[in-house]
Design a protein around this ligand. Sequence first.
Ligand code: HEM
Ligand code: HEM
Ligand code: NAG
Length: 466
Amino acid sequence: MLVFHDANYMKTNRIAAFCFVLGVEAQGINGTANDTLPSLFISPTADIAFALNVPSDSATDLYFSLMIPKSVTWGAIGLGSATMAGSLMLVVYSSDSSQNLTISPRIAYGHSEPVYTSDINVEALDGTGLKDGVRYVFNGRCTNCRSWNSGHVDVTSKSQSFLYATGPDGDIDSDDVRAPLKMHLNYGNFQLDMTHATSPGAVPVIPINNSTASVATTQGLSVSDKRDTAAMIHAIIMVFCFVGLFPFGVLILRLGNWVRWHAVNQGLALIGVIVGFGLGVHVSSFYNRSKSFSDPHQVIGILLFIFVICQFVLGFLHHRMFKKTQERTKLAPAHVWLGRIIIPVGVMNAFLGFRLAQSPQYYWILAGLVIFIFPVIALILLTKKLICKRWDRSKAAAGEQGGFDLEPWRQTEAQRGHGQQTAAPAGDYAPTQAAAQPDMRSYAHYQGSRDQRADLGSQPLPREYV
Ligand code: HEM
Ligand code: HEM
Ligand SMILES: *[C@@H]1O[C@H](CO)[C@@H](O)[C@H](O)[C@H]1NC(C)=O
């Protein structure tokens, strides 16, 4: 599954696809003027081509041809600027039928997904559609692309700035002009000689032969293989915390009553969640789908963030009160139950994150992690419980009391005292811990019988933790 998304594989694959299409090596760099060819731009990675005609018989129109390989999600040419902000972008992606392109004129306001504008009139002309099953072409005429509210193109300029960008591999397959875009993998800018592009109005043809190269354009900035790393790190940190660290912290607590290590582990996870949250908020501003913070993934994420902080404070306060009074506190059940809610909801929110990011292929990796990690933890705890039960029974038969405590804060003073005075049975590490860390009294064994904690409800089974 991952191999398909390997950057190098994808890059060579998409160039191969396009070179095959164009019959060229990627040689679209600094093309020289050629009177017989229209002004033409081919990106260095050969994943987008753009030809322009400035009709000499019109004061408003522009004709263009835009070509992308079928493999990419989207391609776009930005008019009027060397950076995103203010540029008018002609964005194309596969239509619902996947046999044609949807064109979406958008305006960018900065380093974020450009926003669809209905003010721009682009008409599809002959030759628009999927060609040979491997490349999409959009032949169009725009009747008002020479100036727009935040910019313009100068038809007399010999070096008018344009942008280009292509999304990662995949299919959008949508007729919706507001379809959500993933961030570009390859992007950059170029200057185009508008005077060379000027001739009687007609769709400029992108030639497909062995010598196709840029014409009357100069390559500027060129960036390739750049992903939305902030979103990636956000996802990795959050999944690591909610599927890895938090459940591991529960295991630490339940396996050996290592309260201090539980606190250290959950504290680390808290730091991870704070960093992940910051990245999530940062990434939210990139996309139209997330900038209003109204997606369920974001709403649940923000609530979880607040609860995770509450959870840490609860655990901390409980422990401090417990140390003072040596009695279970009212905060304990709140801490336990909030924790039992936070973990599964966090895991669910990771699925919603992949949904929001248009990356459902990662559902399977996430599901795999969940299906592996949670049963393993449940199994370890169940095994421990069974072993301890048998141990209890053999001790009871020998007239002794014994056992372990899944919820150490429920001890009474008497029980705790008793526990600490009991010599450590072989293979039992808890009293050793208590000795090593004298302030962590809660490590002590629970020595009471079932009825002593009848008021607390039945002992939860390990599988309740997941
Ligand atoms: C989902 C949509 C998009 C997002 C989230 C986005 C985001 C960004 C970000 C964050 C950068 C800065 C990268 C860096 O400096 O490390 C950037 C640069 C750039 N983007 Fe986009 N972009 C999007 C769509 C487009 C489109 C449609 C084009 C069109 C042609 C484009 C063209 C460029 C270019 C040329 C640059 C470099 C020049 C500059 O800094 O503005 N982008 N983009
Ligand atoms: C339990 C907490 C959270 C978890 C487990 C989580 C997990 C994820 C995951 C797995 C993705 C997919 C990323 C990708 O494939 O590129 C994602 C995307 C995203 N997350 Fe979160 N997230 C959480 C909280 C938040 C919060 C609090 C925010 C912001 C308020 C946020 C904002 C976003 C945004 C905007 C995206 C989409 C990025 C894109 O469209 O490419 N997340 N999240
Ligand atoms: C593609 O869509 C345009 C309208 O956007 C239409 O004019 C054209 O005929 C379509 N091409 C094919 C091959 O369906």
